[in-house]
Ligand binder design. Structure first.
Ligand code: C5P
Length: 304
């Protein structure tokens, strides 16, 4: 008996960050776009108790204890619906780890939907989204996918219209960056300045709605980029290599260190990817299009 859920990575086409709040989080205007790089989470009953395994190129960097968001999702759902969390969660990991593409959040959203299907809790979508928000700021978006504006700490979502497929290239870096460390660096760099409340760009929302890559390229922004570059200066070389290869826009994805390059069409994306691969400025390169669907059950033996 098992259930498998597929969950996408994300790129932030706008990440506007406000000042630190009293709770340590930052208010955001966070325009998420799900892209077609996926983790798959499979849940099976495990009489020996909760355990997590992982395979994939970055599997060695994934924590397999209860700090893993997949394990935390299973525990939270079990507690709320009176189930025993005796499950084996296996993560087939294709999303870069500690990369700013919400790979950990994807596993949390995936495990939640998989356990919900296995245990038949009867939870509503709103109840599942509440648990997602408790697990982490990006987890609700991993669950819903598509494109959305996230406000609050990023967990309050408003779905966005997208008028076409956008073609992306992602360059994975040689090491990860910790999200809290990048936000701390944002605070340090902003000390003594007046940081305005974050606002979504109407031009950017219009560009998404039109499916216009040139207009989107002209409006993408990431307020965390200076902080990510400050902690990881070599990323400037990766951004420059992608721009030189014809990317319409080059930016750090979320808190980084993955860098994201918007291309006009699949051919241009392949050319940018090829140039980045030989640039010596990154560890690996992937192409993907967005928007992509959110967490989706792709196999369910439980329903037989
Ligand atoms: O919510 P999540 O656990 O993903 O957040 C990880 C860390 O990122 C937080 O502990 C905080 O340091 C930082 N963060 C933030 N403001 C947000 C989201 C995350 O400062 N809106």
């Amino acid at each position: 008996m098992s259930v498998t859920v597929r969950v996408p990575a994300k790129v932030n086409v706008q990440l506007a960050v406000g000042p630190a709040r009293p709770d340590g989080f930052h208010d955001l205007a966070n325009v998420f776009l799900a892209v077609g790089l996926y983790d798959e989470v499979t849940v099976t009953p495990s009489p020996g108790g909760l355990r997590v395994t992982c395979d994939g190129p970055d599997a060695g960097q994934v924590p397999l204890d209860r700090t893993n968001l997949a394990a935390r999702a299973a525990l939270a759902l079990a507690e709320r619906y009176g189930r025993t969390p005796d499950v084996h969660l296996h993560i087939a990991k294709d999303i870069p780890v500690a990369g700013g593409m919400a790979g950990g959040s994807a596993d949390g959203a995936g495990a939640l939907l998989a356990c919900d299907a296995l245990w038949r809790t009867g939870a509503s979508r709103e109840e599942l989204l509440d648990i997602c928000a408790e697990l982490g700021s990006d987890v609700p978006f991993s669950f819903v996918g598509g494109a959305a504006l996230g406000t609050g700490r990023g967990e309050k979502l408003q779905p966005l219209e997208v008028g076409g497929a956008f073609h992306w290239v992602f360059a994975m870096a040689g090491r990860g960056l910790s999200t809290p460390a990048v936000f701390r660096e944002f605070d340090r760099l902003g000390e003594g300045t007046n940081i305005p409340a974050p606002v979504a760009s109407q031009e950017l929302l219009d560009a998404l709605a039109k499916g216009d890559p040139d207009a989107l390229a002209a409006t993408v922004s990431n307020d965390l980029q200076p902080a990510a570059l400050s902690l990881f200066p070599e990323l400037a070389g990766t951004l420059a290599a992608g721009r030189a290869a014809g990317a319409l826009a080059a930016l750090v994805s979320g808190s980084g260190p993955t860098t994201a390059f918007l291309a006009r069409d699949p051919e241009s994306a392949a050319a940018v990817a090829g140039a980045l691969r030989t640039s010596g400025t990154c560890r690996s390169v992937r192409t993907a299009t967005g928007p992509a669907p959110g967490a989706t059950v792709i196999r369910n033996d439980r329903s037989q």
